[in-house]
Design a protein around this ligand. Structure first.
Ligand code: ACO
Length: 428
């Protein structure tokens, strides 16, 4: 007999099915509980709630394991290209040569964005945050491809939308940067691979030759792979929930970008560098800032520390820390902020408060240091995260569509006023 959970409510016992995942993860299926008993479950922040069954990414926060479609992140970061990983996440298997050529060519063929979109950029203030622009631009793509608004299209058409968004996000990201600099935009060059093309659009100028440093390209490839998916995180859950209303893919990705922007999620990479800079400018008294982070009356938190699911270590942070050392070494950069980050990590990891709560550096603690070394400005860090996370968002959206998941609509426990009668103004 399959495993069940028993719950007693108002003296009545109910049996709930237990679901076991392929890595032996256990869940109690409460989807019929309200119908049976009138009770719902309450779990703010979904700390203990699974929203879906998913075959994309497995992570074990206690053991520090992260795998995309079964492949360990360490192997992918070491050996794969980002575009291969994107294919793996979206289609479920590593591509063979023909499949990789098809995917790469299709993405390369859709890198241009409509010329009219330049007018949107022109309307923004020149200090506009690129994440705000990017979210709006991606949502706007749905208006240039109105057919994308029909959710019931053949797979070939949906696939084209997926390829278009992968192709156009780096173009729009680089354009946002160029506009903020007042530089002419660089059009995509389809002879370059995905990461080379992005670097070229960011850093080339019509007046100068720009040579792509293989160290820079390699580091970027690794960073994008490490960010490519992370199961039901805040932005992926947002993409799935927006998509569950049958809103088009561009809108769902735009919402994912908005969710990622927050400093408790992807925006942490910008916040970490700003924090390290502030600590440095303040005299580098690390204990003072660690104490502030521990003080419950103080809103300061150590950015880049802590994670909802990793309570031991974040395997991505381990790879990134080493990559940061390698990149700075190869590029001959001596960044005092990296030294400060290492010292801060040391102080925090010896502190009882951080040990007790399982607070370790997360993926964002060291990624900003590499982005700085690659010449990427601080405000673009979260944009880089978005480019990396895009295949994950698409894979999550596709899985949700293929599973015909119902519209995402949580319930609540109402704690407001009970019924009362309206009073005219002069009686209040
Ligand atoms: N500095 C100081 N204390 C912290 C920190 C931190 N960075 N993170 C968590 N804590 C403390 C909390 O105050 C809480 O203490 P308490 O038990 O005494 O109340 C305890 O650790 C648990 O923290 P929660 O906020 O309940 O954990 P949650 O899972 O809700 O939050 C989060 C996780 C948002 C990542 C949090 O650790 C945080 O704010 N970190 C800093 C921001 C950051 O780096 N975000 C990037 C995450 S990675 C990513 O999204 C890609």
């Amino acid at each position: 007999m399959s495993e069940v959970a028993r719950i007693i409510l108002d003296g009545v016992e109910y049996e709930l099915p237990v679901i076991t995942g392929s890595e032996n993860e256990k869940a109690i299926d409460i989807s019929k509980l309200r119908g049976m008993s009138g009770y719902i479950t309450l779990d703010p922040g979904f700390k203990n709630t699974g929203s879906t069954k998913s075959a994309i990414t497995f992570l074990d926060g206690e053991k520090g394991i992260l795998r995309y479609r079964g492949y360990p992140i360490e192997q992918l970061a070491e050996k794969a290209s980002f575009i291969e990983v994107a294919y793996l996440l979206i289609y479920g298997e590593l591509p063979n040569k023909t499949e990789l050529d098809y995917f790469t060519n299709s993405v390369s063929n859709h890198t241009l964005v409509h010329e009219d979109m330049k007018r949107f950029f022109a309307a923004y203030p020149n200090n506009a945050h690129p994440m705000g622009m990017l979210s709006a631009m991606i949502a706007s793509l749905s208006t240039f491809y109105p057919e994308s608004q029909n959710p019931n299209r053949p797979f070939k058409d949906i696939e084209l939308t997926m390829h278009r968004v992968i192709a156009k996000l780096p173009t729009l990201a680089a354009q946002a940067y160029k506009f903020s600099m007042g530089h002419p935009i660089m059009y995509p060059n389809n002879d370059l691979n995905y990461t080379e093309n992005f670097l070229n659009m960011m850093f080339a100028l019509p007046t100068d030759d720009y040579e792509i440093d293989p160290v820079v390209e390699d580091a970027l490839n690794k960073l994008l792979i490490l960010h490519a998916d992370h199961e039901q995180n805040c932005s992926a859950a947002t993409v799935r929930i927006v998509g569950s209303s049958q809103a088009n893919l561009y809108s769902a990705i735009s919402a994912g970008i908005a969710a990622l922007w927050g400093p408790l999620h992807g925006g942490a990479n910008q916040a970490v560098i700003e924090m390290l800079q502030m600590i440095k400018d303040d005299g580098s008294d690390l204990q003072k800032w660690v104490d502030k982070a521990k003080d419950k009356q103080d809103s300061f938190r150590l950015m880049g520390f802590g994670h909802r699911v990793y309570k031991n270590f974040d395997p991505r942070a381990k790879i990134i820390k080493k990559a940061a050392d390698d990149v700075l070494d190869k590029l001959g950069i001596d960044d005092p902020v990296l030294d400060l980050a290492k010292q801060l990590e040391k102080v925090a990891l010896q502190d009882e408060y951080f040990i007790e709560r399982g607070l370790y550096p997360n993926v964002d603690f060291y990624s900003g240091i590499i982005y700085r070394a690659l010449g990427i400005p601080t405000e673009m860090f979260t944009v880089m995260f978005a480019i990396g996370r895009l295949p994950g968002w698409i894979a999550q959206w596709k899985e949700m569509v293929e599973n015909s998941e119902p519209i995402g609509r949580p319930r609540q426990v109402y704690v407001g006023a009970t019924e009362r009668n309206y009073k005219p103004l002069d009686e209040r």
